[in-house]
Ligand binder design. Structure first.
Ligand SMILES: Cc1cc2nc3c(=O)[nH]c(=O)nc-3n(C[C@H](O)[C@H](O)[C@H](O)COP(=O)(O)OP(=O)(O)OC[C@H]3O[C@@H](n4cnc5c(N)ncnc54)[C@H](O)[C@@H]3O)c2cc1C
Length: 460
């Protein structure tokens, strides 16, 4: 067995581990940072993301909005100082509804987000306020409004979102939101971390040696044999394997996994507008079928579920530059807690269900019903806590840290989450929001009382 030492050893070269390494080396001046991964960097979950970001999060408290605002600040700073290598845009998320009673929900969500620091809610209901709505540019992110615009003026909806179904009664446009190239972001952070001393080692972390209740060494199986790294700091950034890796220091992390998929299609007919923001339909729906299709589905017991009501949340966005034909479709119409196993298996019905679900609010997609484009389906595990908030901070034993349970928001959260954890490892006084993400929050009766009446989780 060979041996070496490091100040910090990070298990996992996904976006969470890489961001932590970046902040430790670039921001905190910690040079001896080793990132261990048995796979190529960013290749397990972090390259399967839809790559969207938003400061649009429910409470309780303003912790999630603050975390995301800080992340977006970092994304904008990195973008500004490196010439936007990861194509950060600011198109926003557009939530749309055809149900009159949803409008009040939209207003309440806008007000709640504003109260948490997401920015003000502006109402455009046909009065003179309609003239003040500013659509989002297709590219760039500077000088854009924050907060949200609630539009109930149907003429204004038709003017700016002519592609939405005519039944649309309201849209809520969250403005500090958009998407970026997550691989390029990860590459930039890793490059900078390595330039400042971090090293990446291929290998599987198999255990952590403890001495007197604190971390003493990390054991790794590498292609060249076993390696023992003495260290005072072990970071668990193992993504879907967070629970297994937590057990190496005796921590029982309260997390579970859900499989989530996305579909990429070649939108050869240009059904999904290239300049569109992220479009999300907030109404439950029945999939659009023709009468003869309906009858055929009814005859087959296994297909009948396709005629039942599906939940809210079908969404999609255009991917790539203006001349790219790629469109992404996502719809989490079913989730189950599962053990994270690979290779992944997806529901073969998913591409058609997602396409039809999106066609409900984007009728041009209906042109594909008879000859659907060949879909590419991929995805990964959302590793989650019960209330869909991350774990960032100490992991039970002294010198053990965790950054994970980043669910469906790890790309957008990691820039700030890595900074938050980096400052704790460096012994700095953490900001007030840090405690919302500590593992030991579950020991607090007040937090348990909050959990009992949590409300919305923020998952799309
Ligand atoms: C379909 C889908 C859509 C998504 N959309 C978005 C989105 O729009 N915006 C957003 O912000 N997020 C999104 N996400 C979520 C985001 O992708 C994840 O939250 C994020 O990638 C998690 O990063 P991670 O670093 O925690 O995990 P991972 O990327 O999984 O990295 C963990 C790493 O740890 C390594 N590892 C584990 N155990 C060991 C071990 N014992 N030894 C060595 N290495 C080990 C693994 O090999 C892996 O490389 C989406 C996810 C999915 C699946």
């Amino acid at each position: 067995m060979s041996s070496r030492s490091a100040e910090v050893v990070i298990c996992g070269a996904g976006i969470a581990g890489i961001s932590t390494a970046y902040h430790l080396t670039v921001g905190k001046g910690v040079e001896e940072v080793l990132i261990i991964d048995e796979r190529p960097p960013l290749s397990l979950t972090s390259d399967k993301s839809t790559e969207c970001y938003r400061n649009w999060w429910p409470g309780p408290g303003d912790a999630m909005v603050s975390l995301m605002n800080r992340s977006i600040d970092i994304l904008e700073e990195l973008s500004g100082s490196h010439g936007n290598p990861f194509n950060l845009n600011r198109r926003g998320y557009v939530f749309a509804t055809a149900q009159a009673d949803r409008i009040e929900d939209f207003r309440a969500q806008g007000e709640e987000a504003a109260s948490h620091g997401a920015g003000p809610l502006r109402i455009h209901d046909g009065s003179e306020t309609s003239a003040t709505y500013r659509p989002a540019p297709a590219s760039g992110y500077q000088n854009q409004p924050t907060g949200s615009d609630l539009i109930t003026d149907r003429a204004l909806i038709g003017e700016h979102f002519p592609y939405l179904t005519e039944e649309t009664l309201g849209v809520l446009h969250a403005r500090r939101a958009g998407w970026f190239d997550g691989q390029q972001l990860g590459r930039l952070l890793l490059e900078q971390a390595r330039f400042n001393g971090a090293q990446l080692i291929e290998g599987r972390v198999t255990g952590v040696d403890m001495e007197g209740g604190r971390v003493e060494a990390v054991r790794v199986d590498t292609p060249d044999g076993s390696l023992r790294i003495t260290t005072r700091n072990f970071v668990n950034a193992a993504g879907p394997f967070l629970k297994e890796v937590g057990a190496f220091v005796g921590a029982d992390l309260p997390v579970f996994a859900e499989l989530h998929a996305k579909v990429a299609i070649q939108d050869r007919l240009g059904a999904f507008p290239r300049e569109a923001p992220m479009l999300i339909w907030t109404d439950p729906q029945y999939l659009p079928w023709r009468q003869e299709e309906r009858e055929a589905l009814l005859e087959d017991a296994e297909s009948q579920f396709l005629l039942e009501e599906f939940p809210q949340g079908a969404h999609g966005r255009p991917e790539g530059p203006a001349d790219s034909p790629i469109t992404l479709l996502i719809w989490t119409y079913e989730t189950q807690r599962v053990a994270p196993t690979f290779p992944l298996k997806f529901d073969p019905n998913y591409p058609e269900i997602a396409m039809r679900g999106v066609a409900t609010f984007l009728p041009a997609m209906g042109a594909y019903f008879d000859s659907p484009p060949r879909p590419i389906i991929d995805g990964g595990y959302y590793l989650k806590t019960e209330e869909n908030r991350p774990l960032i901070g100490p992991m039970g034993a002294e010198g053990a840290w965790v950054i994970g349970a980043l669910s469906g928001y790890g790309l957008m959260a990691s820039p700030a989450a890595g900074e938050l954890l980096g400052s704790q490892i460096a012994g700095e006084q953490p900001p007030e929001i840090a405690r919302w993400f500590y593992l030991d929050r579950y020991d607090d009766p007040e937090y348990q009382a909050l959990l009992a009446n949590w409300g919305r989780s923020g998952q799309l």
